[in-house]
Design a protein. Sequence first.
Length: 626
Amino acid sequence: MANGAKQAQGSAEASAGPAPGTVLGLGGAWGFSSGDLTSPVRAARARALPDVDLVDDPTVLELRVHGVSGSTGSVMLEHPNTLQVAGDGTTMFLRRWTPAGSGGVGIPWPAEAYSWGGLTESPWKSASWILLTPFMLFNVASFAVPPAPEYQVEDGGAGTPRLRRDPWHAVVQAVLRLLALTGTAQLALAATTVLVGSYAVQAPAANLPTWVGWLAGWTAGRRVWAGALGVVVVLAALWGISVHTARSYERLVSDARQDADVQWPLTQPLFWNGEELVRRQRSLHVATGLALLALVLARPGGGLSGLRGAVAVGSGLVLAAVAVMLCLHPMDRHSESLAYRRAGGAASPATWVCRVLLAAAGILVLLGACTGGWRSAGKQHPVVVPGLTGVVLGVGIAQLALLLVLAGLVLVVWRRSPRTTPTAAGVPGPERRQVAGPFAGGQLATVLAVLAVTVGAVLSAVVVLFLTRLVGTAVPSGGTLSGKHPLLVPSLYYAYAAAPLGMVLGLVVGAVVVAATFHSHRVAFEAAGPTRPSAIARFYDPMGRPGPGGEPRGGGVDGPGRARNRRTVARAYAVGLLADQAGLVGALGALGGLLAVLAAVALCTRHGPAPAPWLPGAGHVAGWLG
């Protein structure tokens, strides 16, 4: 390998260089791909990569990505020889190349293939990430916000240029960060409900396995200590996952450009470097989980005094401080990653503030576990942790309020977004082109956020009800005890379990819309009038147009013998256009799930202490999903 690299370097120095601006190599200037010992740099200098400098329009790049069934670079690029020019052994970018040297091109623009099949090679590991789906959706939503007006370049200090955006986008991103924080709250409360509410407090009424049967003999206070420790372990596992992913994907620094480009923010050197930002937000998210655990341990409600009151007030202050901190400038990805250079070394003051909040939340958990007065459940008298239902409901109300605020802000941003392409260097203003408007008036970010909240609610219900059923019969709080070893669960989790029903109904409506759209497109492509050829004939058979007098020429694509082929082509065209309906289907599914949750929560509240009669059925569905 080393000898090959030296030979590649020697040959490269003796030949012509690649086109200016071309960046090749796998982690190094003379890197090799994992499956081919050919250096991309050497191939480019030998003009063996036709996509580098033999194309007519190098400003356009066609990126081909395979589907879930997988593919190869040769198939995607329609070329017998492909060479990996970026990526690693898991995901990679491929280009066409000719080992014999300079060769022709099949299309007059550069083409690359992106292979991501390595991401699905570990099915069990990949499936375990499903609990983090809401966070993925929140991240995608942040990139789905309508575009901002043209960036401006400003001085970031010490002569460092940085990109400045309009303040409305900063507010939208702050709301999305708060929504992502509620996702952490959902997960932390689900773990608290199971480990503290079902396993610890109600241990005497549960059917614990023999290897942990001794837990029922402990006092209620000691069991709460054990349950709280379990929640801390869950949050520590999330911390470890975040550290691992940040080290793997948040340390990239590109030196492709040395200035601030207002048209292509993606080229900023630190665009893919968010390690410091992730470190700060990791502390705030874990601090939120710990503060909620401490709040539950304080059992908020009537009669708060002494240590319980202090813990409840302290938890509320930490949660408020975390929310305020997430809205500030140092928590924004734009300010942290779209700067040309950021001072490294010691942690910034913002990072220390996040660590202080994390430490304060940890101290509150210890104090909350020391509170006394825990009521021990008997074998026939299970109890729910006082105040737990109220905390879960409070997080749900906060999510709904943030979603409404997000929808309004996105509407404002959409109205302010540019309707033309940015002016390129040397291109006069009148030649700016109109661009297509964003989906649903720019509300794709809202749709994704709604879907994230709904999926988080479903996963919370699945985790709580499934894990509770492992040691007993889950019963909604306020309901009639039934079954073997009944364990009370906050009825709100049963309401969350109704989300799949609403999502299914929304998807059914979406399927009807898609079917109608497919039919109308197929008919439009295939239909031919007496004086007008079909759309297929106009594309494939220009000679099949009507004659000078308007009479149909007959034969050709619109001829009677081609009806079957014409219908096949029309179906293919109509299927291709169905991709435009994906956003609508997703929006209907997310909206249906959210409406089902809201309706279920309203019914639970209206019934008072006694739960709605259909709640146990929803719980069984959630347990089956688990």
